[in-house]
Design a protein around this ligand. Structure first.
Ligand SMILES: [Fe+2]
Ligand SMILES: [Fe+2]
Length: 290
């Protein structure tokens, strides 16, 4: 058992205090209005509708799973004696992800599908990282979620939003995108604020952890990104983009650019050698398998 932790209601010196106050003022969330009649089913090719249903249903499951991820961060933030505003932001993010799941479900229905999915019965638990202090454990997991997963999500969703010409889909992505930006911000702000407070050598430990984290992220994101069959004609490709599907090579290269041009430089600016970690990620993955 570690030493007793401190619970304080004082957020005066915290960068999250404005978020905290705003969240408490109101959690107004509304659905996007679904176009009336059979507009969406008439406008798109059957294969495009089917792809839209399939992809948005997968997104529904992923968004909902993210709610558990953020909720799982909360006990670790509590154990780390974080200020309570950070806990509010993490809990709010969990609520956002549930809301996003409902929005994705609306898109599934709009394209003629049922907003029902089967998913794994048990969710992975938030890693404990034995040997780390409670604070460093929380920083590490908030970093993975915010600085890696959510930062990649921001890039992909921004691109999908850019491509989507279907107003209902675009309106949906307009609701989701700012939340994902806030989720990424939670990671970067918390890391920036807490890194100097960790025990000596924390930047080096983070860089070593990033090798494993990058390898895991790459595997997961590349698995999630659907490959567009190469024989799809240009006209149908345009329809797929209009309904928010960013697929294949375009999505892959966007993922790699986000890591190397956004994520790695931001870590480097904090004194964490992420460029080296990215370069050596495959060795970390190989070592893990042995
Ligand atoms: Fe989300
Ligand atoms: Fe998110």
């Amino acid at each position: 058992m570690g030493a007793a932790r401190t619970l304080t209601m004082d957020t005066a010196a915290s960068p999250f205090r404005a978020d905290h106050a705003r969240i408490l003022r109101g959690l107004e969330r509304s659905a996007v209005e679904v176009p009336s009649g059979d507009l969406l089913t008439e406008r798109y090719d059957a294969t495009v509708r089917e792809a839209a249903v399939h992809t948005w249903r997968d997104r529904m499951v992923n968004e909902h799973r993210s709610a558990a991820v953020f909720a799982g961060l909360v006990p670790q933030l509590i154990e780390a004696s974080s200020t309570i505003d950070v806990q509010t932001v993490a809990l709010r993010a969990a609520t956002d992800e549930i809301y996003h799941a409902t929005l994705c479900g609306d898109v599934v229905r709009a394209f003629g599908g049922e907003a029902v999915a089967t998913a794994e019965p048990a969710l992975a638990r938030m890693p404990e990282h034995p040997g780390l202090s409670a604070l460093e454990r929380a920083v590490r997991n908030v970093t993975f979620v915010g600085c890696l997963s959510e930062t990649v999500a921001v890039a992909l969703i921004a691109e999908e939003r850019e491509l989507s010409e279907e107003p209902f889909v675009r309106a949906t992505l307009d609701r989701i995108l700012p939340d994902e930006v806030a989720h990424a911000r939670l990671g970067w702000l918390y890391l920036t604020q807490q890194l100097p407070r960790l025990e000596p050598g924390a930047a080096g430990r983070m860089a070593r952890y990033l090798r494993v984290a990058f390898a895991y992220l790459e595997r997961r994101e590349i698995d999630l990104l659907p490959l567009t069959p190469p024989e799809i004609p240009a006209e149908l490709r345009a329809q797929r983009e209009a309904v928010g599907l960013c697929e294949g090579e375009a999505a892959r290269s966007l993922f790699y650019r986000t890591v190397t041009e956004v994520i790695v430089p931001r870590f480097e600016a904090l004194g964490i050698d992420a460029a080296d970690a990215w370069k050596h990620r495959r060795e970390a993955a190989a070592a893990e398998r042995h």
